[in-house]
Structure formats: C-alpha cells, structure tokens
Design a protein around this ligand. Structure first.
Ligand SMILES: Nc1ncnc2c1ncn2[C@@H]1O[C@H](COP(=O)(O)OP(=O)(O)OP(=O)(O)O)[C@@H](O)[C@H]1O
Ligand SMILES: O=P(O)(O)OC[C@H]1O[C@H](OP(=O)(O)OP(=O)(O)O)[C@H](O)[C@@H]1O
Length: 208
C-alpha cells in the first residue's frame, strides 16, 4: 500500500488529471464532497491543506506527496524531492508599490509582509538587510497599500493581482512549481513501488 498526501486547492485538478493518466485513481471532487481520504487498489490518497503536505510526508503518515516548491522551502522538512511535475508554475518575488521602484533595498529596517516568513527572512538575511517580518495569511498585497509594510514577499503568476493593486514585482527569489516528494524511509522500504510511480510520472512528463 502506498499513501499519497495531495494538496487541496488550486493544484488539485492538475494532480487528479496526472493520477488519472497514470491509471492510479480517478478522483472527481465537487464542492459538496467532504471526503479527505480516498482508497483505490493499492493506493490511499489524503487531501491535505497545501502547507500541511510536508508535515504528513515528513512524519511518515504519507509515503509520497505533491506540493508546491514554495511550501517545501518554507517548511524545512526532512523530505526527498523526486520530480518537478511542471505545473503550478509561478515565482516567489519581492514586490513593492510601483512608484517606489527598487528603493526598498535602501530601507534600514525593512517591513516585509508575507505568508512565507522563513523564505523572506532567509532572502533578506542573505542580502545583509535588516527586516521586520510581518506574517499574514492571505491578501498580502494589502500590506503595502495600507501602510502595514514597505514591501511583500509573495507568489506572482500572471502579475494581475499586483497590477490591479498598484504594485510591481521587483526581484524574483525563487522559480516555483509542483513537486513530487517522498518520505526518506519509505524510499528505502518501498523502493520498487515508489520507483514504478516515479517512472510513470516521468513518462507522462516526457510526452508533454
Ligand atoms: N497564483 C498562483 N498561480 C500558480 N500557482 C500558485 C498560485 N498561487 C499559489 N500557487 C501554487 O499552488 C500552491 C497551492 O496554492 P493554494 O492557493 O491552493 O493554497 P494556499 O492557500 O497557498 O495554501 P494554504 O491554505 O496551505 O496556505 C502554492 O503553494 C503554490 O505552489
Ligand atoms: O499573479 P497572479 O496570477 O495575480 O497570482 C498571484 C496571487 O495568487 C496568490 O493568491 P491567492 O489567490 O492564493 O490568494 P491569497 O491572497 O488568499 O493567498 C498569490 O498570493 C497572489 O496574491
């Protein structure tokens, strides 16, 4: 039996599509569906909050997981990254009000709002810039507009949210996409089963 922790939310549809192409499971979840565990054949799937997927995999409750690279970097968990799945592409950026250009670089104690405090702190530490990190849980773009922060560290995909709120991305910190991850112990004890799944994903990715 192999157990997968999958991200609910915007990655879910693409993950389900790939699992269907692999003939592992055919999941369709509508708004009324409250199931969190789906079992089919030799597989058990958990539907977890995206930021919790590394926790399930690190603790060995799930052998495999699918999660954004942003969450992998932020959570610092003991998990093995096996494959870039090529969807959920976006960037982690420092963004600031359009009229400010890159002047955030000159602010002595920079106020940074973000859902990703570890990524933000590590980045500004590496640049030698002092910061006060302000943790938010969403709508991060509000922070510089309302005066809560000087800039934000957040995900940018199309750039539309920034544009519609008078902000711009100034610096890209990481390129991001969804990744297949594994529990390191499961990789040893269930090597053959996991290899078969990884090869399946690889074959699909090659066709694209
Ligand atoms: N605008 C976006 N475009 C493309 N991918 C995105 C975008 N925003 C987030 N992602 C990717 O999708 C993943 C899941 O995002 P989603 O919005 O579903 O969850 P979340 O609200 O960030 O998670 P949580 O509720 O655990 O904080 C992110 O971790 C990231 O890798
Ligand atoms: O560049 P874009 O295509 O506009 O996408 C970027 C937006 O998407 C994400 O927010 P999400 O929709 O997850 O909402 P949130 O503010 O609640 O995190 C991210 O935090 C940005 O706000």
């Amino acid at each position: 039996m192999l157990t997968f922790a999958l991200s609910k939310g915007r990655l879910a549809d693409k993950i389900f599509k790939m699992l269907k192409e692999l003939n592992l499971v055919d999941i369709t979840i509508d708004e009324e569906d409250r199931r969190l565990i789906i079992e089919q054949g030799e597989f058990r799937f958990f539907l977890a909050k995206p930021s919790d997927v590394p926790t399930f995999v690190d603790n060995g409750v799930a052998d495999l997981g699918v999660v954004g690279k942003d969450t992998i970097i932020e959570e610092h968990r003991d998990i093995a990254e096996l494959l870039d799945l090529g969807f959920g592409k976006c960037r982690m950026c420092v963004c600031a009000p359009k009229e400010d250009g890159d002047s955030y670089k000159n602010i002595v104690n920079l106020r940074v709002a973000t859902k990703y405090p570890n990524i933000a702190k590590a980045y500004f530490d590496s640049m030698g810039q002092n910061t006060t990190i302000i943790k938010l849980n969403g709508s991060v773009e509000l922070a510089p507009i309302t005066g809560l922060s000087d800039c934000i560290v957040d995900i940018v995909e199309s750039g539309r949210t920034l544009r519609e709120n008078g902000l711009q991305d100034v610096t890209t910190i990481h390129d991001l996409s969804a990744r297949l991850v594994a529990n390191p112990a499961s990789l040893k004890t269930k090597y053959d089963e996991i290899s078969a799944v990884v090869e399946g994903f690889r074959a699909i990715l090659k066709e694209k």
